[in-house]
Design a protein around this ligand. Structure first.
Ligand SMILES: Cc1ncc(COP(=O)(O)O)c(C=O)c1O
Length: 385
């Protein structure tokens, strides 16, 4: 069994119920959604998809707890593309931060080529966006939209989303949050925060499978977002034009129902286990790992040197050591899986001072044991000499 320290990329293993739910769906049920004859299997799929929207709406604080605001996509990358490319038009201004993942940055750079003005609010050397810096940027840029990641996938720094969202509300700027790293770990309330859209992915903290994600939309904002995939929705079949009703507007084509079955099982597992318990266990593991990492000679740790205000996602380098070769040796000699390099976030590495070499990312998860942490630290000590 490998020592899995790459939960920042995807959580693994998943709770057993996730794979079982997907297997059961494919083997015993497997009907397409809203594209059948109201057989028992058809109704089961309808119920499954609706129940998953309901769970997401509860967990993420969907607007007026209306499950129609929860749109399924294949990933948070697709979610962000839908929102950003569907809302921003030439001549508009968008504000983001210096800690974004390429899932935000690349669509924005593309939009910039098409005439959207892009402004980047700088973060400090720990990857934190001070609300006063953001306030100044909002004031200066007067953006039509702001998009921010809630927590860094590189170094785990968590932004003060309530303060940043309050500033956006005050400025009348719709805010889109990339909650890829925080959904399922930090309580979220899309309506309470006044978010225009909360983008999430199913396969990280939500503990679901890969290939399923979504957007929790504020309904009035959703009306202003154009859609770019049109086709069958299993609804309004008499119309030759794509329907604008939610969530059908953004869900053309057969959805990933096995993925939704897995995600629903994962969300129920999360509710039964308790997000607080998941977070507390991850914090304890993270604290032990952080202490171990800081005890190693020549370590450079990016981001916070304490557990508050961060997730257990650690970015490190060791003086004179190539992080790619180190990751290779950790796995080959000790079975420890990590992720070296730039983590799809070149701008974040520039902010943190780890450009262009990147860093070694070590990210334990809910199923990481004390012994996994000890082995990882021992392995690093042994390789570093
Ligand atoms: C902050 C952040 N945004 C976006 C993504 C992209 O996630 P996905 O590949 O599931 O679309 C990730 C994944 O690492 C992430 O951490």
């Amino acid at each position: 069994m490998p020592i899995y320290m790459n939960n920042g990329a995807t959580t693994w293993p998943k709770p057993e119920c996730v794979a079982r739910a997907m297997y059961d769906f494919l083997v015993d049920r497997g009907a397409n959604v809203a594209r059948g004859s109201a057989s028992e299997r058809d109704l089961h799929t309808l119920d499954l998809v609706f129940s998953c929207r309901e769970e997401l709406t509860d967990l993420l604080g969907g607007w007026r707890r209306d499950p129609r605001c929860a749109v399924f996509t294949s990933s948070v990358t697709e979610s962000l593309n839908i929102v950003l490319k569907g809302f921003l038009r030439p001549g508009m201004t968008v504000l983001t931060s210096g800690m974004e993942h390429n899932a935000v940055l690349r669509p924005l750079r593309r939009l910039e080529e098409r005439g959207v003005r892009l402004e980047v609010a700088p973060c400090d050397s720990e990857g934190f966006l001070p609300p006063e810096v953001f306030a100044e940027a909002l004031d200066r840029a007067r953006p039509d939209l702001a998009v921010l990641s809630h927590a860094s996938n590189v170094c785990g720094t968590v932004q003060d989303l309530p303060a940043l969202a309050a500033l956006c509300r005050g400025a009348g700027t719709p805010l889109v949050a990339d909650c890829a790293q925080t959904a399922g770990l930090i309580p979220l309330d899309a309506q309470g925060l006044g978010l225009a859209a909360l983008c999430f992915t199913g396969h990280k903290g939500l503990m679901g499978p890969q290939g399923i994600g979504g957007v929790m939309f504020e309904p009035e904002f959703a009306k202003k977002v154009d859609w770019f995939v049109e086709g069958g929705t299993g609804s309004f079949s008499h119309l030759e034009l794509h329907p604008e009703a939610m969530p059908d507007k953004f869900e053309a084509g057969t959805p990933n129902t096995p993925g939704i079955a897995g995600l629903l099982a994962a969300l129920r597992w999360l509710r039964e286990t308790g997000m607080d318990n998941v977070r507390a266990k991850e914090e304890a593991t993270g604290a032990a790992l952080l202490e171990g990492l800081l005890s190693l000679s020549g370590v450079v740790l990016y981001g916070r040197r304490r557990m508050d205000g961060r997730l257990p996602v650690f970015a490190v380098n060791f003086e004179g050591v190539d992080n790619g070769l180190l990751a290779g040796r950790l796995f080959e000699e000790f079975g420890v899986e990590t992720r070296p390099g730039l983590h799809c976030a070149p701008l974040a590495h520039r902010t943190l001072g780890s450009w262009p070499e990147g860093s070694l990312r070590i990210s334990p998860g809910y199923f990481t044991t004390e012994s996994d942490v000890e082995i990882t630290i021992r392995a690093l000590r042994s390789i570093l000499g």
